[in-house]
Design a protein around this ligand. Structure first.
Ligand SMILES: [Zn+2]
Length: 486
């Protein structure tokens, strides 16, 4: 099926470009075939279908005027209250496709009414099934919270429970414009099943520890998940230094070497974690992981709040992505990761919510704001970590951190994973700077549509994920009650 999204502003993020321009996005199946202005370079759609149903206000092919030059946003044509408008059915505009000589015809054409289209956010670190522990045990230090509250409850989980808790998380991702999650959790098969059934995109991260899984099981899952489904992939990973013996870490490193695979783990989240590691090994977790050979094929490190200059040098030299989780770090009082210093040193950065038990919400607008706000506070410098830098962390760099280069931008050949942002809301007006509006003022209420692999999974407040959202809420509540009653 070919879809045309027109009368929009496009933030392609090609080569990290965050400036939005007027243009269109054309999609064939799960891939983008055009993203940008029309009427130049030989690409032109068949306009007959567009004009047939769009009504006044359509500005297809209006050229490439920069956002800051825009004097007005046309009346909204996209989504008039009916879910079908955004879902590419019902209210969608069928292209007639019969204009002689037109190089492109479309099955559906959607007038975006001046909305902003950008690549979907990439949640590069989360534990989706932990939705069941949302607001269950808050206001506790991390190690107490983990050992006294989280681990005992997780011991009662079943695969079926994990499936529904993960499905709940995916609903929340969609409302926030998130189009892929990097998930570290046990019951990997059930998390994958939840993602496939929801038509979502998931990268599974190995979740091995002394108490969870085994090297053989993790390696088997790594191979199986990478062959399961086009929207599912997997990386080698382990939980953290403080939950894994050196022998286990060496076994994980051997798996990474066998497959030339990057490795991901929690790293230096709390001061106590780093001090305890130094007590055990005489070096920081980062230096230890490097010494064991875990970083020989790149990878990523979650949190990295308490890292030193040598750790950051290792990240840069080994191509390790630092995946920051400012909401979780703030709520658990872990501290602020020195992201600006890492940037100065050339370390690549990405963003994640962490799990919904520590955050507690899976909201990338809040996460982006905290990422920049915390740097400004830490450095007492209002110029620290500007909006374009945060947007790159959330979109393009996040895709690279998750080994999803096919999802990093809006460009021909890339996957059609995108979010449509409604600019016709008070918090997005007036438009002096669209990128700054998005990062400093944007919120989930501005998410008009979330598309994964060319399929609209969320539009105008309605989900299209295979089952009604109400059923997912009921199942998640039911399983939460059962586990609490055990
Ligand atoms: Zn985590």
């Amino acid at each position: 099926m070919k879809t045309r999204l027109y009368n929009a502003y496009i933030c392609t993020m090609v080569d990290g470009d965050t400036q939005a321009k007027q243009g269109e996005v054309w999609i064939d199946g799960d891939r983008i075939i055009h993203a940008g202005p029309v009427g130049t370079g030989g690409s032109s759609p068949d306009h007959a279908g567009a004009d047939a149903g769009a009504g006044a206000g359509a500005r297809a092919g209006a050229g490439a005027g920069a956002v800051d030059d825009a004097s007005s946003i046309d009346a909204r044509q996209f989504g008039t209250g009916s879910p079908g408008d955004a879902m590419g059915a019902g209210g969608a505009i069928p292209g007639t496709g019969d204009a002689a000589g037109a190089p492109h015809t479309f099955d559906y054409e959607l007038d975006c009414g001046g909305c902003l289209i950008l690549p979907g956010f990439k949640n590069a670190h989360t534990h989706s099934p932990m939705t069941f522990l949302r607001s269950f045990a808050d206001d506790m230090p991390l190690l107490d919270w983990l050992q006294k509250q989280v681990f005992p409850m997780e011991a009662k989980l079943s695969g079926e429970a994990v499936y529904w808790f993960a499905r709940l998380a995916i609903l929340e991702y969609l409302t926030s414009g998130i189009t892929a999650n990097f998930d570290m959790y046990a019951f990997g098969d059930d998390v994958v099943r939840a993602s496939v059934d929801s038509s979502f995109r998931t990268v599974m991260c190995g979740a091995i520890s002394d108490n969870e899984s085994s090297p053989a099981k993790m390696e088997a899952e790594y191979l199986r998940f990478n062959a399961t489904h086009p929207r599912i992939s997997a990386t080698v990973g382990f939980h953290a230094e403080y939950t894994c013996s050196q022998k286990l870490m060496e076994e994980v490193a051997a798996i990474a070497h066998r497959h030339k695979a990057p490795v991901y783990a929690h790293n230096s989240e709390t001061r106590a974690e780093v001090e305890q590691c130094k007590g055990r090994y005489g070096i920081t977790p980062t230096a230890l992981f490097d010494r064991v050979g875990l970083y020989d094929f790149g990878g990523g490190a979650y949190h990295c709040v308490h890292v030193d200059e040598n750790d950051m040098d290792i990240f840069r030299e080994k191509g390790i992505y630092v995946i920051s989780n400012p909401g979780s770090n703030m709520k658990l009082a872990s501290g602020i990761a020195p992201l600006c210093r890492m940037q100065e040193k050339g370390v690549s950065l990405a963003l994640g919510t962490d799990g919904p038990a520590s955050n507690n919400c899976l909201d990338f607008f809040r996460e982006m704001f905290l990422a920049t706000g915390c740097q400004k506070l830490l450095l007492e410098d209002a110029s620290a970590m500007d909006a374009p830098a945060v947007l790159r962390m959330a979109c393009s760099s996040g895709a690279h951190a998750m080994c999803l280069p096919q999802c990093d931008s809006l460009a021909p050949g890339k996957q059609a994973d995108l979010v449509v942002i409604d600019l016709l809301q008070p918090n997005m007006q007036p438009i002096n700077n669209m990128t700054n509006n998005l990062v400093y003022s944007g919120s989930k209420q501005n998410v008009k549509m979330t598309m994964v692999a060319g399929k609209v999974l969320y539009g105008d407040g309605q989900f299209d994920v295979g089952v009604p959202a109400a059923e997912i809420y009921a199942k998640a509540q039911e399983w939460t009650e059962r586990i609490k009653g055990m």
